[in-house]
Design a protein around this ligand. Structure first.
Ligand SMILES: Nc1ncnc2c1ncn2[C@@H]1O[C@H](COP(=O)(O)OP(=O)(O)OP(=O)(O)O)[C@@H](O)[C@H]1O
Ligand SMILES: [Ca+2]
Length: 941
């Protein structure tokens, strides 16, 4: 039977899982070995619906609704997909119906799309017409308004500086066009849960039995004495119902809150010239929203400008197709993801007026799912259930036989049943009693509480993890995290603070000290540098008119470089308007650089590149020296390489800035040409190399140590320079000494990539630090480690980390720096981006296993004890020592209260001093759990 370990009879420490010398971990890991056992699903994360269906069918369940609570509803899932398709097809009709219903419930949506033909509020364009235009992708309508520019005027928006954005303005927009919220499907009420808890086969049988026994009791013994049996059963049943309903209700509230949390995305919009962070619910029509790779399109809108902007519309259309957006295809649909490129959009439709909003309003989000533990405990429960059932049947047969053959006596010695003499009422009464006993034995024996206990424990640790800054997106991640054997963490932001400052700068061969002292440089160099920084950036610098502090926004690396340039004297707005951007190649982790083509006032076309220093350096053929003269780089390449290495060894992140001129003939003339234009990236002229400091997070060293003690290996997979990676790894204790740091302990992504599958699998275990990795290297590492039997947790923030996050046993995304796409592929979101929080998650995960083990021991001993006593007694004396009322109370305490109590046991420090349970968690089974406890319990009972 699955779920039962091979069991060598040794007594196990409860919280330990398998002991340290357990190295059969690797033997049964072939992922597709032995699929004959339906309960043998070691990863439910990417399990097929067929597999899930199979284990459900294989489980012996008396109370399906109880055991499969909070598991994935396969049918509903299908319905959801259908609904999505339907909404695409009949959006208008559904919207009308929904609004009608809402109006009936009392009109609560502001800005209901009424058919205002012309204007809406202060605006010269009506909501209905806007919605129609976006919905049907009507380019002609947009042209009628005078294109995006004309539309923005109608919406009183400035395409550069956004809407004005004060309270009055926002309110106006909300009343005219609605807000970006949608009516939620209401959660089920407590009464619903009560009602459902009652509909449970065994409980119904018990209620019937209780009624019969109550009636008979009162009839034969009078009201005063006779209520006792039936009444207690009633009371027990009632208690079970109330406790179950209450815990279910609380859980559902918890999931609702979590969903709220998940949906409340924070994003940047441009308002009043500055970039501000707002909640997705606060986006209004007219907002100008910058989009970059990994973002979710927050509302319906049109493209203002964009560069190779590609949108993944699969979440709406269902087909995974990447659509490129440009002037001819400017309509953006809410809910889709940016797959590539950068752009800016003008919001034209929000909330219920978008298809996304409609979808959200009409689909209830109960993301049930099963966890590996649940599956395997179902196996255990089924096994025990079968045993219990056979015992119950034999007890029933024995008791009935003894009764009808006249072998049973009342306490006063008279025979209970004498053929022909005992009247029907008495006999019926006694038979009902016997029957109740049999049913009770089934109820007691079938441990429906087992799978339930898992959910309870998981929900509890989920709540606790939340308090520890980890938002659990998939429940099963809690438990899987407890069995993790390795964590592949990225460096930037997780191990480090992500607070970057430029601390070293080379211009030419001259080290500028302090790095922002522009007096050491000729003006021509400074202005070229400033141009490269200001234009080749996704960040923004906002200088308040009233002379407040300068606000710099963007990714941490961008921010560091921008503020360095500001100190050098860069006037962001002026430089931005001095030259025209022709084309952008946005920064991505694969190429590790980003570029931009500019046309200056002198109509010269310059291409600026900025990226990982040693990579940009290889494309340079010259450099500008500190006097502003162009030099050939050939003899000096070694000098620059050494300079980069030196900065990297001091744990600095190195970024190089370079540029080149572009011949006029090579510049495309039309939009089509620009879209396919690959910016020339050879023959560059190096402008500067900057070293950016990003200090280690305080506390990370301790967290790494805790992991090591717990037998969880920490690996660093970073896009940064390998020397920088090494320095940080040493600093936070991932590498113990510099001598350790040889290949393959520390390896470059490129080297790893080029190995064969087999070789990769072999060396993956040895890798501790991987530098200059691309996101696909991360995926390769995860695959190799998993093949080798590791349970892998992966952290990631970038969009292209998504495959690795998906592949890993547990994907952890970063709440602050992480993109929406990464978050969506992850199982847990680390809200403070901190590695220490990851470690706390491990601890809670382990406590899940510990609690489940305790619960199983508790439940099994009681179960077996109760069964043994009854069988022995029934066969030997024809009576059972525990009557149904007593049995019921035992069961009640075990199944429900026991689960509640043991599920919420907090973890002990001991948990983090053991090796991880790995992929095969051993459940304590009949041959393992302490016999003495069993005997003891049997005696007590
Ligand atoms: N905005 C940027 N513009 C230009 N170059 C950048 C930018 N951001 C990072 N880089 C360069 O690219 C390199 C790696 O980037 P990548 O995105 O792959 O790693 P990361 O995600 O920042 O690091 P980690 O993987 O540790 O989280 C950096 O070392 C830096 O030199
Ligand atoms: Ca990264």
């Amino acid at each position: 039977m699955s779920g039962f370990s091979s069991g060598d009879g040794r007594l196990q420490d409860l919280e330990a899982g398998p002991s340290k010398d357990n190295n059969d971990l690797n033997t049964n890991l072939d992922p597709d070995a032995d699929t004959s056992d339906p309960f043998d699903i070691d990863q439910t994360k990417n399990a097929t619906p067929q597999t899930l269906k199979r284990w459900r069918q294989a489980a012996l369940v008396l109370n399906a609704s109880r055991r499969f609570r909070y598991t994935l509803d396969l049918r509903k899932q299908e319905e959801k997909e259908q609904r999505k398709r339907m909404i695409r097809a009949h959006a208008q009709v559904i919207r009308a119906a929904l609004l009608f219903k809402l109006a009936g419930e009392k009109g609560i949506v502001s800005g209901t799309p009424v058919t205002l033909p012309g204007a809406a509020g202060d605006f010269a364009v009506g909501l209905e017409r806007l919605a129609l235009m976006t919905r049907d992708h009507k380019l002609s309508a947009l042209q009628q308004y005078g294109g995006v520019k004309g539309l923005s005027d109608l919406l009183k928006t400035n395409l550069e500086t956004g809407i004005y954005g004060d309270e009055v303005d926002l309110l106006n927009r909300k009343t005219a066009f609605g807000s970006n919220t949608y009516p939620r499907k209401k959660g089920r009420s407590f009464w619903r849960f009560l009602w459902e808890a009652w509909q449970d086969l065994t409980l119904i049988i018990l209620i019937v039995a209780a009624s019969v026994s109550l009636g008979l009791g009162i009839k034969t013994e009078g009201l005063k004495e006779g209520w006792y049996d039936g009444g207690s059963i009633f009371l027990a049943v009632l208690l079970v119902i109330v406790v179950t309903a209450t815990s279910d209700y609380r859980q559902s509230l918890q999931f609702q809150n979590l969903n709220e949390e998940k949906r409340n995305i924070q994003l940047e919009v441009v308002r009043g010239g500055r970039i501000v962070k707002v909640s997705i619910y606060d986006v209004v029509v007219g907002d100008v929203v910058p989009l970059k790779i990994g973002d979710q399109v927050p509302a319906d809108g049109v493209l203002v400008n964009g560069h190779s902007l590609a949108i993944d519309e699969s979440s709406m259309t269902g087909e995974s197709k990447i659509v490129y957006k440009d002037k001819n295809e400017p309509f953006l649909m809410s809910g889709c993801k940016v797959a590539d490129g950068v752009g800016t959009m003008l919001v034209t439709g929000v909330g219920i007026n978008t298809e996304w909003g409609l979808l959200m309003a009409s689909i209830s989000e109960d993301t049930g799912e099963e966890t590996p533990l649940q599956v395997r405990l179902n196996g255990v429960a089924t096994f025990i259930g079968i045993v219990g059932l056979s015992v119950a049947v034999s007890v029933l047969v024995v008791l009935l036989a003894r009764y009808f053959t006249g072998h049973t006596e009342d306490p006063d010695g008279t025979k209970q049943f004498i053929k022909g003499r005992t009247n029907f009422d008495d006999a019926f009464n006694d038979v009902v009693k016997i029957f109740t006993i049999a049913v009770t034995i089934v109820v007691v024996a079938v441990p429906e509480g087992l799978p339930l206990a898992v959910t309870l424990t998981l929900a509890y640790s989920m709540r606790k993890m939340m308090a520890d800054k980890a938002l659990v997106r998939r429940l099963s991640a809690c438990e899987t995290m407890g069995s993790a054997t390795t964590i592949c963490s990225d460096k930037t932001g997780t191990l480090t603070l992500n607070e970057m400052t430029v601390v070293e700068a080379f211009v030419g061969k001259k080290k500028i000290n302090p790095p922002s002292d522009s007096s050491q440089l000729p003006a021509s160099v400074v202005s070229l540098l400033n141009e490269g920084v200001a234009q080749n950036s996704t960040g923004n610098v906002f200088v308040p008119k009233d002379g407040g502090n300068i606000e710099i926004s963007g990714s941490p690396t961008e921010k560091a470089i921008l503020s360095w340039a500001v100190k050098l004297g860069m006037k962001f707005d002026i430089i931005r308007s001095d030259s025209k951007i022709l084309h952008v190649f946005p920064f991505n982790s694969e190429k590790k650089r980003g570029g931009v083509a500019l046309q200056g006032a002198d109509s010269e076309v310059r291409i600026h590149w900025k990226g990982a220093a040693e990579i940009v350096l290889t494309s340079c053929s010259g450099y500008i020296d500190s006097n502003g003269c162009l030099q050939s780089i050939n003899e000096d390449k070694e000098f620059f390489k050494a300079a980069i290495d030196e900065m990297a060894v001091n744990s600095l992140r190195c970024v190089a800035l370079a540029y080149r001129l572009c011949e006029k003939e090579k510049v495309p003339t039309d939009e089509e040409g620009f879209n396919g234009w690959i910016l020339p990236e050879d023959n560059l002229v190096l402008l500067a190399i900057v070293g950016i400091k990003d200090p280690c997070r305080p506390g990370v060293k301790d967290a790494v140590k805790i992991c090591m003690d717990a037998g969880v290996k920490v690996r660093m997979v970073t896009g940064d320079n390998i020397q920088t990676a090494k320095a940080i790894a040493l600093e936070c204790g991932i590498l113990s000494s510099a001598e350790d740091a040889t290949e393959p302990t520390i390896i470059e992504g490129r080297v790893f990539r080029e190995l064969s599958d087999k070789e990769r699998e072999q060396i993956a275990k040895k890798i501790t630090v991987m530098g200059r990795s691309s996101p696909s290297d991360k995926l390769l590492l995860v695959q190799a480690l998993r093949k080798g039997g590791d349970v892998v947790a992966v952290t990631g923030d970038g969009t292209n980390d998504a495959p690795a996050l998906h592949e890993a046993d547990i994907g952890l995304s970063m709440g602050i720096q992480g993109t929406e796409v990464a978050k969506e592929s992850s199982d847990i979101i680390i809200l403070d981006d901190n590695f220490a929080s990851v470690v706390k998650v491990v601890r809670w995960g382990r406590s899940v296993y510990a609690n489940i083990q305790k619960f199983i021991q508790f439940q099994l001993t009681v179960n077996v004890a109760a069964l043994v006593i009854n069988v022995v007694a029934a066969i030997s004396s024809g009576d059972v020592p525990l009557n149904s009322v007593q049995l019921l109370w035992v069961n009640l305490i075990m199944d429900t209260l026991g689960a509640l109590a043991l599920a919420t046991e907090p973890p002990t420090d001991n948990l983090m001093h053991r090796s991880p349970v790995g992929r095969r968690f051993e459940l304590p089974c009949s041959c393992q759990f302490p016999l003495c406890t069993l005997v003891f319990r049997t005696l007590i009972l």
